[in-house]
Design a protein around this ligand. Structure first.
Ligand SMILES: *[C@@H]1O[C@H](CO)[C@@H](O)[C@H](O)[C@H]1NC(C)=O
Length: 234
């Protein structure tokens, strides 16, 4: 079952001793094109008080007071009209979801060092994959091309709340010179496994050199351009 959910403005009511917590949700529930249900639900202190169910086409209350309120809503043309309009919006979103489901979305992957205390190893790396779809993914650590199995931990695939997922895999290791640490990513969006190599300090140094070179070249072009401009306008 798919549920698209948006939260209505939250409201808090305070009395002198307690805080009461109310919240409302709008939900689209569906498994296919044919069973869409649009729900509006209002809770008070976690208890469902009033609900609009598009299959019934009216509001229902679940306490005596809420029943009166719900009957009032159900008699209100603007309320019902808005609910029908929202249900139409659900339909549109539903198509978007099915569209998304038929196209895998490639993860963006980052390797980062993790600073930790009390580990028997000297270093820890995180391989993080963000914004991918579908959920199924495999991250594998390689050391000099060999699979590493020990000292690897991973989170579950975590929903981002927008139909996309993220996952984080951690490798504890003792660095040694000249080694190559790689995070290999396998996912439906990729024709073949994609490799991401960990480049400790070299990356930073190389970037600085590249920026420096670009600045130098830019200045050169600017001065040359100025010179040329002066000559042609003189
Ligand atoms: C909405 O109403 C339909 C028809 O009565 C019912 O089958 C369904 O369970 C209701 N959904 C919820 C969440 O109450």
């Amino acid at each position: 079952m798919l549920v698209l959910q948006s939260i209505l403005p939250l409201f808090l009511l305070f009395s002198s001793t307690n805080a009461f917590y109310g919240h409302g949700t709008l939900k689209c529930q569906f498994t296919s094109n044919h069973d869409l249900v649009y729900l509006e639900q209002v809770y008070f202190n976690k208890r469902l008080m009033v609900q609009y169910n598009s299959t019934l086409g009216k509001y229902e209350g679940y306490t005596k007071k809420a029943k009166d309120l719900a009957d009032g809503f159900s008699k209100s043309k603007p309320f019902l009209k808005q609910a029908v309009r929202n249900r139409e919006k659900c339909r549109t979103h539903m198509d978007l979801v099915f569209e998304l489901q038929s196209h895998p979305v490639e993860p963006s992957v980052r390797l980062t060092p993790v600073v930790r205390q009390g580990s028997s190893h000297q270093a820890m790396l995180a391989c993080s994959a963000y914004n991918f779809y579908p959920k199924q993914i495999r991250l594998t650590w390689l050391r000099n091309g060999e699979k590493v199995i020990n000292y690897v931990t991973s989170t579950e695939e975590l929903p981002d709340g927008n139909w996309l997922y993220q996952i984080h895999s951690y490798l504890e290791y003792t660095p040694s010179p000249g080694e190559e640490i790689t995070c290999m990513v396998e996912h439906a969006s990729l024709k073949e496994p994609k490799l991401y190599n960990w480049e400790p300090t070299f990356g930073a140094v190389r970037n600085k050199i590249a920026v420096g070179t670009a600045l130098l070249f830019g200045s050169f072009v600017f001065v040359a351009g100025l010179f040329f401009y002066k000559r042609t306008t003189a």
